[in-house]
Design a protein. Structure first.
Length: 200
């Protein structure tokens, strides 16, 4: 039995469901909103590469190393983006959260915070993870700030870690959260979501 089994997570009008080929057109449209693949420090697929992106995610799911979700707006069924559990290490009860991108129109909204809250809750409360990790490009300062807002702690930097799409070699900034830190992080994220909720 896989450590991360298929599951659908829901909260605040969002649905995280297992990524599938049926999400191809919606995921391509999400990436096209803002031409996200042009960002040097991300690995968002170009629209014509979306099927290959999904194929790779499904192969990794079969291998037990990554479980990708499509992020769906429950109001209209549109695909807003994707996010994954990855580098799944069942023996030490650790997962990382990444391979995340959202359509430009929903960036800086409740979407990322809600998705991370759902995934962290599933990792710590359902899977019994001891550690949840994140990693990002050393020049992706927006991603670093977003990870730090979740309450994760910076572990360090792996230098000369992997290639970017432009062929340059990136350093990778590593973050993590331990299970004992989760209750306070959850309380803070719930506070932020409540504070920024639309009036009415």
């Amino acid at each position: 039995m896989a450590f991360v089994e298929p599951v659908t997570l829901r909260d605040r009008g969002l649905r995280l469901e297992p990524l599938a080929f049926g999400h191809e057109a919606g995921l391509a449209a999400a990436a096209a909103d803002g031409e996200l693949w042009r960002e040097r420090v991300t690995s968002v697929p170009e629209p014509q590469d979306t099927r290959h992106y999904i194929e790779a995610a499904l192969q990794a799911r079969e291998a037990g190393t990554r479980f990708a979700f499509a992020v769906i707006d429950e109001a209209d069924g549109r695909v807003l983006g994707t996010t994954s559990f990855h580098d799944i290490l069942s023996a030490v009860r650790r997962v990382e959260i990444g391979y995340t991108f959202y359509a430009r129109r929903v960036q800086r909204t409740h979407v990322n915070t809600t998705c991370k809250l759902l995934m962290m809750g599933h990792a710590f409360d359902t899977l019994g993870c001891l550690v949840v990790g994140w990693r990002t490009d050393n020049f992706n300062f927006a991603s670093q700030r977003a990870i730090e807002r979740l309450g994760a702690r910076k572990d360090g930097v792996i230098r000369g870690h992997q290639l970017r799409r432009d062929g340059t070699i990136r350093d990778t900034v590593m973050y993590s959260m331990r299970t004992g830190e989760w209750p306070e992080a959850r309380a803070q994220l719930l506070y932020l979501l409540k504070r920024h909720a639309p009036a009415g």
